[in-house]
Design a protein around this ligand. Sequence first.
Ligand code: PMP
Length: 447
Amino acid sequence: MVELVSDPLKLYELKTRKSKVLFEEASSYMPFGVSSNYRCFEPYPIYLKRGKGSKVWDVDGNEYTDYILGFGALEVGHAHPRIVEEIRNATEESTILGFEYEKTIELAKIIRNRYNVDMVRFSSTGTEATMHAIRIARAYTKRKKIIKFEGHYHGSHDQVLLNINPMKKESRVPSSLGIPEEVLVNTLVAEWNNYESVEKLVKAHPNDIAAIIMEPVAMNMGLILPEKDFLKGIFDLAKEYNFLVIFDEVKTGGKFYSGAAGYYGLKPDLITLAKSIAGGLPLSVIGGRKEVMSVIGPGSTAHGGTFNANPLSIRVALVTLKEILTQQALYKISTLSEKLQKGYEDIADDLDIDLTVVRWGPSGMIYFSEKAPKNYKEFMKLDFQTWFSYFYYMIYRDILPMAGFNEQWTISIAHTEDDIIDHIEKAEEAIKVAKNEKLNLDLFEAF
Ligand code: PMP
């Protein structure tokens, strides 16, 4: 007799047998078989072969509709023909020149106008950009301490690896081994959407805060918007106590035409951009006020990198920002995202289940809860057992809905109405299964 399998995790394993074999092989050569802890996955990750448009294919031959999009880095979709063409042309003319590349100036101007900053410097990853932004803020203010928020992620450098996804109850939880306590002494942690928690830290160290760094829309604990006037309150506090505001727009920068700063009509002292701005190539930006950016230079404040502003990334970023991620394109992907949100809300009504959707432009997240969390502590109280069941069932039904429990969907310009209709149909099935079949997986911090 054939046994019917309904456990979403078993269904995942049945579908991805070759990935399991590769994972076992990879684990002999790379810790956990992956190149980034964020790609660790229970019971093993999917190994992909290629992508095109909104689809990706794995080693077992499965085709998935991709809403992960390289953790939001690929709003242009996979293998966009114009980007493929530009990469071909660019590589013919060298991928690294050592001196400055002429087209970098055009990109600097575009970023300056689009993101309302006076000056920019380019690096390659989000991690580098936030690391430099913090150094610049310290050099400018001649102060040591920074404030970050619990649940916010700013990359993989020591001073920001604190309270990212703490599973422990302590108030200060380093997010990695190997970081000396002395490094973290100058990193203070506040609670998102809790103005008093920021004010308290500032008042305790009135002359020592160099900067506050934040994801202006939190996107590493699901998706949590800032409450009304929360950001404005922080800007006022920064003015009063002379510290800088850094918007880490590595994720948010690509969601709206001028990022979160433009969306909320604010002008932070420094911003960082990365992910989708270079159409899937490594490029990041530190941008900000002229006075602040001017501290960078030989003999004063360090900023360097062999691959910084390499011609390949610069050319692809120019194509991405000028031709692909236009106002109209971003409007279109937000509209599709709104359809997806509506689809999930209808499912919640039909199935009479507590489900809340939070959406910001082309990205969104579903919570199995009556209301949306407003900070990390509320986020961690959510029902993840139902979420995991929904998640693995979606993958079984060929949809990669988001990268994990603390991520969100992204819609690319390659996604279609049909993709969304298909997503909603399968989500209804997945949520029906998840109502009855919970998955009790351990949450772990993928720092
Ligand atoms: N800041 C934010 C807000 C991010 O989401 C990320 C990556 N998820 C980073 C910084 C680090 O970027 P990268 O992985 O390119 O170093």
